[in-house]
Design a protein around this ligand. Structure first.
Ligand code: 13P
Length: 273
């Protein structure tokens, strides 16, 4: 089927208290691993691409691959720009076939974030695609967490018309030194005030029981990048080590890596649905 937007999959997921997993891909092998795992489970999936990959031809080539794979399949697949950094980047993503985009105004003031996200929502909706925005701030690595509040979430959604809202309830992007404790009470308050699907960034390393509590509070999209990409790289390293000085063609070297990444993705999708 053609690629879908967030509105085709996330409101239903929220209503059914499950989440759609959103995996950050970066090349043919990560795309194939995520897609085949979702297809094996007949599950909807979000394939997302970090904004850095829009600086050269990679984001467009990934779009061509994902569009082709989805067209030959029955599972709903949304293709998403993750952490879009400007309105120009959103327009460029939409032009090359992305069916959903994120504008990340989380480092701006609240008023500036509202103005930018409202304009981004207009651009996305005029093009028939969906928009995700973020309030509070989910940092990368050791940066400072700024928690979201229910009052801000309610005002933000009313003033911007975004389709999905990323909230900050204690996660960070990347590995944790010790497992995080999410502020589930805060998630519940936000979910009670805001009816649209909520998004959790920083899914790596969050224990499944906490993810389930976040889902029961209204989170319908969970982002996973570091865990998947780290597994991919570690498996390549072990394949290369096993080859020693013996040459192995690239595709054959990647095959067992893809098999293991697929198993990881299947397990993650099952645990969120
Ligand atoms: P992790 O890298 O912590 O899984 O976070 C992914 C993410 O939120 C992408 O936007």
């Amino acid at each position: 089927m053609p690629l879908v937007t967030f509105n085709d999959i996330l409101p239903q997921a929220r209503a059914e208290k499950r989440a759609v997993a959103a995996f950050n891909v970066a090349n043919l092998e990560t795309v194939l691993s995520v897609f085949k795992a979702a297809e094996a489970l007949k599950a909807p999936v979000i394939i997302q691409v970090y904004q850095r990959l829009f600086k050269d031809e990679r984001a467009g080539l990934i779009a061509a691959m994902v569009t082709r794979l989805a067209s030959e399949s029955d599972i709903p697949v949304a293709l998403h720009l993750d952490h879009g950094e400007s309105l120009e980047q959103l327009r460029a993503a939409i032009a090359i076939g992305y069916t959903s985009v994120m504008i990340d105004g989380s480092k701006l003031s609240f008023a500036e974030n509202i103005a930018l996200s409202a304009e981004a929502a207009r651009i996305a909706h005029d093009a028939g695609v969906t928009l995700e925005a973020e309030i509070g701030h989910v940092p990368f690595g050791d940066g400072a967490i700024e928690l979201s509040t229910a009052a801000e979430a309610e005002a933000f959604v009313a003033k911007t018309g975004v389709d999905a809202l990323a909230i900050s309830i204690g996660t960070v992007h990347g590995f944790y030194k010790k497992a995080p404790e999410l502020d589930i009470g805060r998630a519940r308050e936000i979910g009670a005030k805001v009816g649209i699907p909520l998004v959790l960034h920083g899914g790596t390393g969050v224990p499944d029981d906490q993810l389930r509590l976040a889902i029961s509070s209204g989170v319908a999209k969970i982002n996973i990048a570091t865990e998947l990409q780290s597994l991919f790289l570690k498996r390549i390293a072990s394949e290369l080590a096993a080859c020693g000085d013996t040459f192995k063609p690239v595709d054959l070297c990647f095959k067992p890596v893809e098999t293991d990444v697929q198993a990881y993705v299947r397990a993650k999708i099952r645990s969120l649905s």
